[in-house]
Design a protein around this ligand. Structure first.
Ligand code: FE
Length: 338
């Protein structure tokens, strides 16, 4: 009888030691590679004592790696950009649902799915050349199909997630037929075959090679914040429009992540996701790439974003962007949007 409590105590102690050892580290697979993220992670370790082992890579490569590692994957958390990629991880059954009141209350419902969360948002805006295109002609995504803009539209590839997610939102709001009309009209207006990233398009618009393009806001904000003389000159020639303000609002995409089903450090993983939704982390997370925090109450002061002003955002659930992704690709293919 007298031995029992001592034995119990020993067992409990051993168990809690094992649990603690597991909780003291976190394996993070991240497709984010911004310098300011260093502070974001250091702050978490300081608050919790949990060390972060970070593996960075390109979005699609990291997803492939987690898939290949299977049940033996050391990954606890996968962070990436674009709703379509997050949805792909979900479809592959890689994420595990997290029961967290903190995440449920802080991340708005339209910015989360059953097993992943958005932590920042970016908008897809229209950028035009002030001397060749009138702003009133490019107030909506639909305007990009107007024959008035023949030979003036530049864009990155139709198979890029940013354009696929935008097209997915058009399908969700207006149906496939109208989405296809838009895709065909855009192709008819191309100044050149799609190539390069969003920044390349802005440069081409500024140089007059094209009249108009679409770009994610953080590329625009980055150029607006730049003090390099060439960037200042570049941005003087272009105007930025928040599309679809009178209708469904400007298309929003996200950066986010979730806990992996095979995560060896689940408790630490949940703590980390909850930390990313905290005020302080939200500021780091969003500002590192000139984005907006997913948590409504968090305010950031970013001169690049501030100069773009306020806008009405599309409140379409991010899950729906993922749902119409495959259809968007079929429509782009049919329309010859390469
Ligand atoms: Fe990007």
């Amino acid at each position: 009888m007298k031995l029992m409590p001592a034995l119990l105590a020993t067992t409990v102690l051993t168990l809690s030691h094992a649990a603690m050892a597991d909780e003291k580290q976190l394996n993070l697979y991240s497709a984010r590679h911004y310098q300011t993220d260093e502070a974001l992670y250091a702050n978490f370790t300081q608050q919790t004592g949990i060390k972060i082992n970070r593996i960075e890579g390109k979005e699609d490569e990291l997803l492939e790696r987690i898939k290949n590692e299977g049940a033996n994957s050391p990954a606890d958390i996968f962070l990436t950009v674009d709703a379509a990629r997050l949805a792909k991880a979900h479809e592959l059954g890689l994420f595990a649902p997290v029961a967290s009141k903190i995440l449920e209350t802080r991340i708005p419902a339209h910015l989360r799915a059953e097993d992943w969360y958005s932590f920042s948002t970016r908008a897809r805006v229209i950028v035009y050349n002030k001397s060749t295109v009138k702003p009133e002609d490019v107030q909506n995504y639909e305007d990009l199909a107007n024959p008035k803009l023949k030979g003036k539209l530049c864009t990155r590839s139709g198979s890029h997630p940013y354009n696929l997610s935008l097209m997915a939102s058009v399908i969700a709001h207006q149906g496939e037929a109208k989405a296809e009309n838009l895709a065909r009209g855009m192709v008819a207006n191309f100044a050149r075959s799609p190539k390069g990233g969003d920044t390349d398009q802005i440069k081409a618009v500024s140089a007059g090679e094209c009249g108009v393009t679409i770009s994610n806001t953080y590329y625009v904000a980055r150029l607006l914040r730049s003090d390099k003389p060439e960037d200042i000159k570049l941005m003087e020639k272009v105007g930025v429009v928040w599309p679809n303000q009178a209708t469904t609002g400007t298309h929003i995409n996200v950066s986010g992540g979730g806990m992996l089903k095979t995560a060896p450090n689940k408790a630490a993983a949940v703590k980390f996701l909850e930390y990313l939704a905290s005020d302080q982390a939200q500021r780091y997370f969003a500002e590192g790439n000139n984005e907006w925090p997913a948590v409504d109450s968090v305010k950031v002061s970013n001169p690049g974003l501030d100069s773009l002003g306020k806008f009405k955002a599309d409140k379409l659930p991010v899950k729906n962007l993922a749902m119409y992704q495959a259809k968007a690709q079929i429509i782009f293919d049919r329309a010859g949007f390469k």
